[in-house]
Design a protein around this ligand. Sequence first.
Ligand code: NAD
Length: 296
Amino acid sequence: MMRAAFIGLGNMGRPMAAALARAGVETRGFDLNASLIEAAAQDGVVAAKSLREAIDGAEVAITMLQSGDQTLAVWREMAPQARGKLLIDCSTIDVESARAAHRLAQDSGALSVDAPVSGGVAGAKAATLTFMCGGAAEAFSAAKPILEHMGAHVLHCGGAGVGQAAKICNNLMLGVTMIATAEAFVLAEKLGLSHRALFDAASISSGQSWSLTSYCPAPKLVPTSPANNDYRPGFMTALMLKDLRLAQEAAARAGAASPLGAAATQLYALHQAAGQGDADFSSIIRLIRGKPSERS
Ligand code: NAD
């Protein structure tokens, strides 16, 4: 039986580790928060008392953490035991830290993949995540069958750090199109155009986007919209803001222009400051209406 270590058993990591255990991989879980280790044990994940115990004897170690600093700290701690193993980071982090993590793995004699996800907690629970992977072909081939236990799509986007690039570029498009869609619905309200009429016209016209037809910020038009549920996540404003900030940081380093990304970052920051960090990001429509805390 294959043995895996899973480090970081939070909102995403716990259901991902559970999916791996369900698939028959012996999964040892560790988190700094002991209560999360106990909770994961209820899902068939073997409790480890330390990072060292989790990775001892494992062929693969997966990290699902909050930031580049956390990933680098954990990967540094794993380095002495990493030779011959496969290290996979599924966290969403900055491209520079992801590349530094790959270098650490290489220096330790380990294969490595950056594999941030799209699909959120619901996708993690249903094991239908999309993994956007960066790393050498050999490392990706080793990681793919493992990631397939937790996801529906496992894509090789390119070399080290390029999985993170794919994730932040995708969320840059998403963050901006959501605001544009929200602006159109608020303008429609002022022009006497009903939400339904705008939706019916734009969803078969050139204004169509995923933000409109899968995640419409106006309620009662798309069954999967958090708007139908008073903008309960979903994908929190705080996480969209995190990803847009990573995109802005990457754009500044790379010398790429990102004027709409910059504006979107500021708008989600305002929305968070108005107390909406925990609401789904499509609730940005309420900020555009000038009523960020309004309930529907
Ligand atoms: P989370 O805060 O719920 O979980 C992170 C866990 O890492 C925490 O439980 C924390 O205790 C643990 N941790 C931190 N340092 C550690 C260490 N040194 N050793 C062991 N454990 C440690 O976060 P989350 O919502 O699960 O998100 C994880 C990552 O996935 C983030 O990078 C996030 O941006 C990304 N992501 C989240 C979502 C989502 O909907 N939540 C969607 C896509 C991507």
